[in-house]
Each structure stands twice: as structure tokens, then as C-alpha cells.
Write a protein of this length. Sequence first.
Length: 145
Amino acid sequence: MRRKDGVAAIEFAIFAPILTAALLLMSDIGLAMTERISLQQGVRAGAQFVMSGVTDTEDLKDLIRAASTGLSKSDQDDVSLGGAPLVDAVKSCRCSSDGAIVACDSTCADDRPCYVFFDLSAEKTYEALFIPDIPLKAEIRVQTR
């Protein structure tokens, strides 16, 4: 007759590290996805600010950064809170939606005002714990006129 006293302990010793590694990997990927969603929300908030009349690109950058991190401008400079995303807001004007860039105060050939676009983007590198670092980026183009 064989004894089975240590079988459960041996099975646990074999599978516990595998399950722990899988749990840590999933949590790391989940945190990266959370960061990506925060960037997307910040850029979408920037689009809403543009649609509500904010046209200064520096103000837009600050607002996007604040929306994606949840921090005020004074808190964003605190290095102990982690890196804030790199944010860009570019205003451009065109005579057609795919035409060449023109000066925003000019009129087009058919005496209509030009289209005004804002290209908003935010990017950040997620510094992972167990997987390689992941570059994250969110961008959107908003047409105001």
C-alpha cells in the first residue's frame, strides 16, 4: 500500500510559482492598459476643450496633461509622483480637409474661411515591472471650422 501524504504539497510547490508569475504578469498588463486609457481620456478631454472654445495650444497642453494624470499643474512637476505624459497640441489650417496647410487668417480660393484643425497627442512609456517597457500613445484630430 502506497502513502500519499506529500502529494498535495509537491503539487503546490510545482504550480505556485507558475500561478504567481501569471498573476504578476496579468497585473502588469492591466496597469499598462489603465495608463493607456488615462492617456486616451486626457486627449478626448482636450478635444472637448477645443470644441468648447479653448484655442491656445499651451493651455490645451496643460489641460490634457491634467486630465490624463488627475494632477493640477503645480503637482505635475513633483518628480515623486511619476512621469507626466509628453503632450502636444498643434493648430493647423487648410483649404480642404486633405489640402495643404495655409495661414489661419487667410481665405481659400472660393472666398470661404479655411478649415481649422487641432492635432492633440499624449505619449508616455509605461515602466513595467515584469515585462519590457511599453510605449503608449493616444492622439486625435479635431476640426473646429
